[in-house]
Structures are given as C-alpha cells and as structure tokens.
Design a protein around this ligand. Structure first.
Ligand SMILES: *[C@@H]1O[C@H](CO)[C@@H](O)[C@H](O)[C@H]1NC(C)=O
Ligand SMILES: *[C@@H]1O[C@H](CO)[C@@H](O)[C@H](O)[C@H]1NC(C)=O
Length: 402
C-alpha cells in the first residue's frame, strides 16, 4: 500500500510541478503576446497617423499646386498686360519725344575751311548791305526746309542682306537697290510699287556697273548714279554712271589722302553721297585720327569739289546721315542697336539755330540703319534696316531765320 501512496504522491507532485511549469509558461507567453499586441497596436496607430498625415500633406500639396497654377496664370496675364502697357508707354514716349525733346546740337559753319569762290563772294558780301547779302544768299539756296518730325513709317518689304541701300530717282521714279556692302551689280525696279510687289528681286532689271561699288554711299541725281568705288585699300573714287546710256561718265579723286569709315557703326561705308535740291554732297572722314564728319559740295556734272566743311559732328556712334536743303542730319545709335536719333545738325548756310533743331527719335525698329537716303520730291527717307526697306515720311517747317 505504501509504495502506491508514495507513487501517487510523487505523481501528484510531479503533476503539480508540471502544472506550475505550464502555467508559468502560459503566463509568460500571454504576457509576451500582450506586449506584442500592444506594440502592434502602437504600430498600427502610428501607421494610421502617418497615413492620415501623408494624406493631409498630399491634399495640402495639391491645393498649393493648384493655387500656384492659378497664380501663375494670373501672373502671366498681369505680365501680358504690363507688356502692352510698356508698349503703349513707348509709343507715347515716341510721341512726346518728338514734341518736347531737347534740341540737337547744331554746329555753326566754320568759315576757315570754306574754300574757293564762295569765300571770295562772302568776303565781298560782308562789306555790302544786308539786303544784298540776303539776295545773294537766296540765290545760292532758296530751299529752306527743316525737319520738324517723322510723320509716318512704312515697312515696305524685306529683301537682301542685313546691310544695303535703296533709293528712288526723283526724275524717273525708278528704284535702285544695292544689296550688301559691295558688289558690281544693282537692281532696278520701275517704281516703288513694283519693288514692294516683287517677290524678292524677281521684277527687277539687273544692272552691272563697270566697277565695284563699296559701302552704302550711293546717290541718284538727274539720271546719273553716283557711287563710291574702291579698287584697292589705297584708292577711293567717286564714280558717275549714266543710267540712260549705261556708261561710266567720270570719276573723281577722293578729297582726302587716307580713308576711314565716315560712320563708326557702319564701318563698310568709307564715304556717303547725298543728292538734294541743292545738288550733290559727299560726307567723309579725312583720316582715322580725325574725329569729325567732313562735308564737301560737288558739281554733279564735273565732280569738282566746290566747297568743304568740317561739320563738327562726331563719327563715333554715327550710323548714317542725310542732307536736306544744305542741312546735314547725323543719326546716332549705340553698338547694341537701340533707338536711332538725329543728334547733330550742321547747316552750310548757317541758318539753323540750336533752338529749332529737333532731337529727332526714330521709331523703334528691328536692328540698325545701314543707310538713310532723302528724297526731296517726296520728302521722305529711304531706309535699309536689317534687310527691311522702310520709308519715313517727314514733316517739314521753314528755317527760322528766313
Ligand atoms: C543679298 O546679299 C546677301 C548677303 O549680304 C546675300 O546672302 C543674298 O543672297 C543677296 N540677295 C540678293 C537678292 O541678291
Ligand atoms: C523668283 O525667282 C527665283 C529664281 O530666280 C525662283 O526660284 C522663284 O520661284 C521666283 N519667285 C516667284 C514668286 O516668281
């Protein structure tokens, strides 16, 4: 009996021990599970929070993007409006400038450089009565137009390279186009209308000149074409070519020993010819070191030089010049082309005073003028600007002293 009791007791003890053991294990596991559950719950919460935050952030970002997009559109609209306003302002400035601009610098005639018959006449006249001086004066020049403003601009077409020149013969209405800055051919059109309607230069007659022309300094006067001819670097001449007979009529030596561009912004142009109501004029530089533009009056028949002046208008930053009734208007610009303006005026008859010479601004354009040629009959300028052929119609007034 005793061993059975011992066995039972020991079994019960062993069972109790095992129970304890399992109970402990269970407790332990349960605790671990609880801890894991807690942590999972925490993770869950955190991940939920992250998700919510992420969603909120995404929403916010989308809203911001949306708002930015809208602001961008309205900014663009504002910019467009501002651009339009600036343009309008500029146009108004143009207008105001032509009315209230300061005066261009006018240089008085330098009596010392005058030569030949004119200075003899003048010395004689100075001793005579004022009325007789007026009489002689009006015989020399009865043209008294002075620019007051640029009335209108017409962009005719775009043909040829960035530089060149075009002119209309006041006598025959024919138009002559010089493409580029040198060559031996020019294009002739029957009229300005013909020129503007022609696809490219298709409606033109090609004229091959007997020698190369150089620069944008040509002029047409009385059925003759005058141009600057440069054979070598050392020899520059003024050539006269008859458009009727197609023959070279005459050439004249240049009135200076060395050559320098007459306008610093168009260095290909050594000298510039201009024809107006008073005849033929030559604008040139006498040497590289001489800063001013010089002027000579030529006999259109013989090409003899009748008279010479120092205009005292600087060559630096000049892009072109034109002559109306014996008054030289020099047009200046900057190397990075901006607004061209007449900023220096020289009158050979000393009739223009500073107060009446306008500082004339040209309307905003594409590039810079390669040439500006005045046509006295139509009172307009033939301009070549970056390959565009442009007409400027001018408003005139009478010179004050007349
Ligand atoms: C005009 O000259 C430019 C170069 O300055 C040249 O490229 C162009 O082909 C010429 N056009 C005509 C019609 O001669
Ligand atoms: C102009 O002439 C050129 C060749 O000379 C030709 O290729 C072109 O088609 C002509 N254009 C027109 C519109 O006639």
């Amino acid at each position: 009996m005793k061993p059975v009791i011992v066995l039972l007791v020991s079994m019960a003890w062993a069972l109790t021990r095992a129970q304890y053991y399992y109970q402990g294990l269970m407790d332990y596991l349960e605790n671990r599970m609880l801890a894991i559950e807690d942590r999972m719950e925490l993770w869950h919460e955190q991940s939920h929070r992250y998700h919510t935050e992420l969603r909120d952030f995404k929403k916010l970002a989308a809203e911001i993007m949306d708002r930015l997009g809208k602001e961008h559109v309205s900014l663009l609209q504002d910019l467009e409006g501002a651009a339009a306003r600036v343009e309008r302002m500029e146009r108004e400035m143009d207008y105001v400038e032509t009315w209230t601009s300061p005066r261009a610098c006018v240089n008085m005639v330098d009596k010392v450089v005058e030569q030949g018959a004119w200075s003899v006449d003048e010395r004689k006249e100075e001793e005579e009565e004022e009325e007789e001086w007026e009489e002689v004066h009006s015989r020399v020049s009865d043209c008294v137009d002075l620019i007051s403003s640029i009335r209108s601009v017409k962009i005719l077409k775009r043909v040829g390279g960035p530089k060149g020149m075009w002119i209309r013969d006041p006598k025959t209405s024919k138009v002559y186009a010089f493409n580029g800055t040198s060559g031996d051919t020019i294009y002739q059109f029957n009229s300005v209308l013909d020129f503007s309607r022609s696809p490219g230069v298709n409606h033109s007659r090609l004229i091959r000149l007997p020698s190369l022309w150089s620069g944008t300094g040509g002029a047409v006067y009385n059925g003759n074409l005058y141009y600057i001819k440069q054979r070598t670097d050392a020899e520059v001449q003024v050539a006269k070519y008859s458009l009727l007979s197609g023959l070279l009529m005459d050439t004249a030596m240049f009135p200076a020993d060395s050559y320098a561009p007459v306008y610093s912004l168009n260095p290909e142009t050594i000298a510039d010819l201009a024809a107006d109501d008073e005849g033929l004029w030559l604008l040139y530089a006498i040497s590289e070191s001489e800063p001013n533009i010089h002027l000579a009056k030529m006999d259109p028949e013989t090409l003899d030089i009748e008279q010479m002046w120092d205009t005292r208008c600087p060559r630096e930053n000049a892009e072109a010049a034109f002559i109306i009734c014996g008054t030289v208007y020099v047009v200046y610009n900057t190397r990075l082309a901006s607004r061209s303006r007449v900023q220096c005026v020289f009158d050979v008859n000393d009739m223009v005073v500073s107060e009446e010479a306008p500082l004339l601004y040209f309307p905003r354009r594409y590039g810079a003028h390669a040439s500006l040629k005045y046509n006295p009959e139509e009172k307009q300028l033939y301009a070549w600007d970056d390959g565009y052929q442009i007409l400027y119609r001018l408003t005139m007034k009478r010179k004050l002293l007349v």
